[in-house]
Design a protein around this ligand. Structure first.
Ligand code: NAP
Length: 233
């Protein structure tokens, strides 16, 4: 499988289950070429097989620097560029926790996976994004990361999502010089392992992310969006 001229080459992290699978599916349906990056090789292979020729699996633990470097090299060998990096993988949603008594290893894990990992990935993929066209980094965030109205709900997760929002602003500014857009996009409450029952269908949660991957210039770089609408920081 290779990317034909004009196709967008997109890497999606956490694409072995949940929203990551659906994001990859909608991107391939739209004609994109998708690097299905998953920590579990079997899950990544299964997603890529299901999606067909436009998808290929890549084993990637976003918290492991060696794994990130190997991912960059694999994408470089195959495509020589990246048009969109979707930092979707996340962990340690902690509803019901009290920030006063929280086990800080939960906060540490949330910080490493939800903030430092997208930071590392963005750093690592900048050279390939520079070679891309209409390039964009999409940081999958949450309305719980909005400081406006933030309370004690899911403290480790909320703080980490405020962190990825800050990362979005910092990199949007830094990458302006390279013409690379950076956005934070929330899928809304979605029925996945993380979101649980009662959330919206994954197809709806993924749709707003796909729009930003396909048309990053529709909003000023450094936007915080859900379903195409701006969310208060
Ligand atoms: N669901 C919601 O209601 C909701 C709402 C707002 C925002 N979001 C955001 O949407 C994104 C996707 O969430 P989801 O609902 O699909 O969550 P999910 O079902 O819990 O899936 C999380 C994904 O992240 C991956 N992941 C975790 N740590 C990883 C690591 N170190 N390396 C590589 N992959 C790792 C998991 O891989 P494994 O299978 O290997 O664990 C899994 O594929 C997240 O950024 C989340 O914060 C979700």
């Amino acid at each position: 499988m290779s990317a034909a001229n004009g196709e967008r080459v997109v890497l999606v992290t956490g694409a072995g289950r949940g929203l990551g699978v659906e994001i990859a599916r909608q991107l391939t349906d739209a004609g994109g070429t998708v690097v299905v990056a998953a920590r579990d090789p079997e899950a990544g292979a299964s997603t890529a097989k299901e999606l067909g020729d436009r998808a290929w699996p890549l084993t990637l633990d976003v918290t492991d620097p060696a794994s990130v470097q190997a991912a960059v090299e694999a994408v470089d060998r195959r495509h020589g560029r990246l048009d969109a990096l979707v930092n979707n993988a996340a962990t340690n949603f902690d509803p019901g926790s009290d920030p006063v008594t929280e086990d800080l290893s939960v906060a540490d894990g949330a910080w490493r996976t939800n903030v430092l990992a997208p930071w590392r990935l963005t750093q690592a993929f900048v050279p390939l994004l520079r070679a891309g066209s209409d390039a964009v980094v999409v940081n999958v965030t949450s309305s719980l990361g909005s400081l406006t109205g933030m309370g004690a709900h899911s403290p480790a997760y909320s703080v980490s999502k405020a962190g990825i929002n800050a990362l979005t602003r910092v990199f949007a500014d830094a990458l302006t010089r390279d013409g690379i857009a950076v956005h934070a996009v929330s899928p809304g409450w979605t029925a996945t392992d993380m979101g649980g029952a009662g959330g919206r269908p994954v197809a709806d949660g993924a749709a707003g992310i796909i729009d930003v991957v396909r048309s990053p210039a529709s909003h000023p770089s450094g936007s915080f969006l859900q379903d195409g609408r701006h969310v208060p920081w």
